[in-house]
Design a protein around this ligand. Structure first.
Ligand code: TEU
Length: 559
């Protein structure tokens, strides 16, 4: 088998600690909360947990702004709580992957506090400081991902610092070898503590074009897009190879490295994840979750099934021989998949969530389940701009209002796209606050928790949860799922998502009806093949799939 690795058979589960389980009644999820819910993960059968940041942080971006990489934020607990969680996961044979956020730190990190003190201090060039442009404005036209300029003027020293995200997230200068060594030392410290790897936040942004040229400006916009000068800069592969040598070489494994890599294409992905190059185990790329963006995530265009399935197929083909991809519909930055790619109306929610899960988990790659996806949790019906907590949403709404957009229009644009859709608390039961907390949580629980919750799903053999367990078990048991080659069928069909996975003489045929009408399946003999999985309403005829039904069949093919 070319390119075989343990993580080809693994399934990861992402926990957003703030929203998972609150053990101490402050309305915010915490480490002990997670430890109290390990059974949920063990029964699901996942192999790896990716934990969003729990480090000491002012929480400007919910922990993606780190003030101390080697301590736990009091809101989440203590290092002792962390060790207990790690031991608990390991007892269940689940690996723990930390979120490594090293493109930037918090402005409250001691490195930055020192760096901003004066122009000549030893840490000044740990960050991107630049004098104002001739007109006194920012050094270039880059837009921050969280609205406004990517530069903030530090009045005391008269220079601007770069922050591709919030002004409380200054970018580190990876050009400086001292920065890199400090990051590697911190990573070794966590590995020595027993963690099993890292999910690396925006890791393809650590090398920038050091001349910092202006980015392209879209018509009608004030700022330029930094992407061409910040994604996959000239030294990114060199830095990652160095990191591999300095941090991972010679360590007993298996360890996991997954790079969050917005804006990359298939060719970049091959470079990052080719095992022979010694960079990352896999990428976590964005193409399929950007397809419905019309230039900006706040402006959406309709997404047809043909576009979506061709996109996934292109990545399957492109990484068939070299490299490895993550498979995901959702994470803490994306709206809920059943509301976005499926159909969250009551009559189709469960079936479409199961169909989407089936499609994703039968692709080649490592699936990531984001908390609540296994329950078919939906987007929130946000009613007011005051409901949002996410800095990206809040900043964008403020900017749009300031530009004269009507409040209703702003709400309509942010509600379906806001990251807060993914961040509403985990729905454990039908009780107050969904069993997440005993008090009003930091972000309101979706009122549909009375129906959609883990306890109800547990009791219902037809639930999304039970189906996800089957999907995860299938990847563990069936080498065709992990290793088989991929071929997209019926490429132009706007309703049916169909493909085969083939390994030797074994072939799985996956067909899902991604529509709310019954559909005939045009494959000879399909109705009589051995069923591996079937979800959703059976059709009236044997060769028909009901609305949002999906079926996986097995057959033997000639070599
Ligand atoms: O997100 C990186 C990223 O690409 C974001 O711009 C993402 O596209 C945006 O959130 C979508 O609206 C990572 C983290 O996942 C995110 O939570 C952080 O806010 C961000 O980095 C900064 O650390």
């Amino acid at each position: 088998m070319p390119n075989e690795a343990w993580f080809h058979r693994a399934v990861a589960y992402q926990i957003y600690p703030r929203s998972f389980a609150d053990s101490d009644g402050d309305g915010i999820g915490d480490l002990r909360g997670i430890t109290s819910r390990l059974d949920h993960l063990a029964r699901l059968g996942v192999d790896v947990v990716w934990l969003s940041p729990i480090y000491r942080s002012p929480q400007d971006d919910n922990g993606y702004d780190i003030a101390d990489y080697q301590d736990i934020d009091p809101v989440f607990g203590t290092l002792a709580d962390f060790d207990e969680l790690l031991a608990g996961l390991h007892r269940h044979d689940i690996k723990l992957v930390m979120d490594l956020v090293v493109n930037h730190t918090s402005d409250e990190h001691p490195w930055f506090v020192e760096s901003r003190r004066d122009r000549t201090n030893a840490r000044r060039d740990w960050y991107w400081w630049r004098p104002p442009a001739v007109d006194g404005g920012p050094p270039n036209n880059w837009r921050s991902a969280f609205s406004g300029s990517a530069w903030t003027l530090d009045e005391a020293t008269g220079e601007y610092y770069l922050h591709l995200f919030s002004r409380k997230q200054p970018d580190l200068t990876w050009e400086n070898p001292e920065v890199r060594q400090a990051v590697y030392a911190m990573m070794r410290w966590w590995l020595d503590r027993g963690v099993d790897g890292f999910r690396m936040d925006v890791i393809n942004m650590i090398s920038k074009d050091v001349t910092l040229p202006d980015g392209p400006v879209r018509p009608g916009e004030r700022y330029g897009d930094p992407g061409p000068h910040t994604f996959c800069g000239p030294r990114v592969h060199e830095f990652l190879q160095e990191m591999r040598r300095e941090v991972f070489a010679g360590r007993p494994g298996p360890l996991l490295t997954v790079g969050e890599t917005p804006g990359i294409d298939v060719a970049d992905a091959r470079l990052f994840s080719d095992p022979a190059r010694g960079e990352l185990d896999m990428v976590f790329q964005f193409e399929h979750v950007d397809l419905d963006h019309d230039g900006s995530k706040w402006r959406r265009r309709p997404l047809g099934l043909v576009t979506l399935k061709r996109c996934l197929a292109r990545w399957q083909d492109g990484l068939a021989a070299t490299g490895w991809n993550s498979l995901y519909w959702s994470n803490h930055d994306q709206p809920r998949p059943v509301s976005r790619f499926g159909d969250d109306r009551p009559e189709h929610r469960v079936d479409s969530a199961k169909a989407l899960g089936t499609i994703l988990h039968l692709h080649r790659g490592t699936p990531y389940v984001y908390q609540g996806e296994e329950l078919g949790m939906t987007n929130m019906a946000f009613r007011s701009l005051a409901d949002f907590r996410d800095i990206e949403t809040i900043n964008h709404a403020a900017e749009a209002l300031a530009a004269g957009e009507a409040r209703d229009a702003v709400l309509a644009s942010v509600a379906p796209a806001s990251r807060d859709n993914a961040r509403t608390p985990m729905q454990w039961d039908a009780g107050p606050h969904g069993g997440f907390s005993t008090v009003e949580p930091w972000l309101a629980v979706n009122p549909n928790h009375e129906e959609i919750n883990a306890a109800a799903a547990e009791a219902d053999p037809g639930s999304v949860l039970h189906h996800y367990r089957r999907l995860i078990a299938l990847r563990h048991q069936d080498p065709v799922v992990a290793h088989g080659s991929f071929e997209l069928l019926l490429e132009d069909d706007a309703d049916l998502w169909a493909f085969t996975r083939t390994l030797g003489e074994q072939q799985l045929l996956v067909v899902a009806n991604c529509s709310d009408r019954p559909r005939q399946v045009p494959f000879d003999g399909w109705a009589d093949e051995e069923t591996v999985l079937h979800t959703g309403p059976k059709g009236t005829e044997a060769d028909v799939l009901g609305p949002w039904a999906a079926r996986v069949t097995r057959r033997v093919v000639g070599r």
